[in-house]
Design a protein around this ligand. Structure first.
Ligand code: PBG
Length: 326
């Protein structure tokens, strides 16, 4: 029995060689950004809420980042755990030039000048209230005064040698303010990767456990976006683009592939997507239980994010993936 079919899509899948030729989407270590947690002291700690991830002391950070870079990963992004005694309601530790992040940037750039160092710009690790912005007496998150502190924080990172600052706070007008501050201080070459469409997501839970940075009261819904909204992401993207962002980010990644796709169609700026801690943890825990094949599910999740339109992906799996692709 033979059907008369002029179109047999299976012909383009008939061998590994042809599948290689027709493949539309690629994933290489060069597409990956490796998020790293850092802490003071001389030892590393396992992160209970994120099995397989550690908080690195600065010596180990340099080693870990160096290994990742040697595997072809072009960039890391740093997240500090700040001691409670350094946290305050004004979050001034975030622009201390002797703070943990500036020292980490210096150590990394000294050892690996070609490694791109990205820093997170937001107040939550430093703020005793656990919010990304300053909190007023009535509990509201203050926009404009927060932007002022974020500018100091970004400048402190730029002075230490950061290549890219990544505001994750979702305050209005922060990209323009950061650009102006950096330019005024002659940091025209420091890039801004803006968390453009950052949703108020339950998938951030394990990350907040890693840094002990959960909000003490309330939630982040007055600044992070409502998961129900897509068109609002276009509004954020238009503003960030007009304000001078170099790269737009969507976060989380997997549950928001439509947003990545939408931004792709509306901007010529490069797009980053952040496969966040909850996405990591779901794959880790299902594979630890033997329910899914970790390597294959990770690969598929990242290809899906690339296919949706992300140029680069922040993922806690970066080093593992780079090793496998190597
Ligand atoms: C903080 C920040 C968060 C993440 C990155 N930067 C947490 C939050 O907004 O509450 C989450 C990353 C992850 O879950 O992996 N501004």
């Amino acid at each position: 029995m033979s059907l008369h079919l002029p179109h047999r899509p299976r012909r383009n899948r008939k061998s590994a060689a042809i599948r290689d030729l027709v493949r539309e989407t690629e994933l290489t270590p060069g597409h990956l950004i490796y998020p790293l947690f850092i802490q003071e002291g001389r030892k590393n700690d396992n992160i209970a809420s994120m099995p397989g991830c550690k908080r690195w002391c600065l010596d180990s950070l340099v080693k870990e980042a160096g290994e990742a870079h040697a595997l072809g990963i072009p960039a890391v992004v740093l997240f500090p755990k700040i001691a409670d005694k350094l946290k305050s309601s004004s979050a001034e530790e975030c622009y201390n030039p002797e703070g943990l992040v500036p020292r980490a940037i210096q150590a990394l750039k000294q050892s690996f000048p070609s490694l791109t160092v990205i820093t997170d710009v937001a107040l939550d690790p430093y703020n005793s209230d656990g919010h990304d912005g300053l909190v007023a007496a009535d509990g509201r998150i203050v926009n404009d005064d927060t932007v002022d502190v974020l500018c100091r924080q970004a400048l402190c990172h730029a002075e230490a040698g950061a290549d890219i600052v990544a505001p994750s706070d979702m305050m209005d007008g922060r990209v323009a303010a950061l650009r102006e501050t950096l330019d005024d201080e002659d940091f025209q070459d420091v890039s801004i990767m803006s968390y453009t469409a950052k949703y108020a997501s339950a998938y951030y839970g394990p990350f907040r456990g890693a840094l002990d940075s959960a909000p003490k009261a309330g939630d982040k819904k007055t600044y992070q976006m409502d998961p129900a909204n897509a068109r609002e992401a276009l509004r954020e993207a238009a503003l960030d683009e007009a304000e001078g962002a170099d790269i737009l980010m969507v976060k989380p990644a997997g549950p928001y592939l439509d947003i990545i796709c939408l931004l792709r169609a509306h901007t010529v700026l490069p797009i980053a997507a952040y496969q966040v801690s909850g996405e990591y943890l779901m794959i880790k825990s299902a594979s630890a239980a033997g329910w899914v094949d970790e390597a294959k599910v990770v690969q598929e999740s990242l290809i899906g994010i690339r296919r949706a339109g992300a140029d680069m992906i922040l993922t806690y799996f970066a080093k593992d993936v780079a090793k496998r692709l190597g």
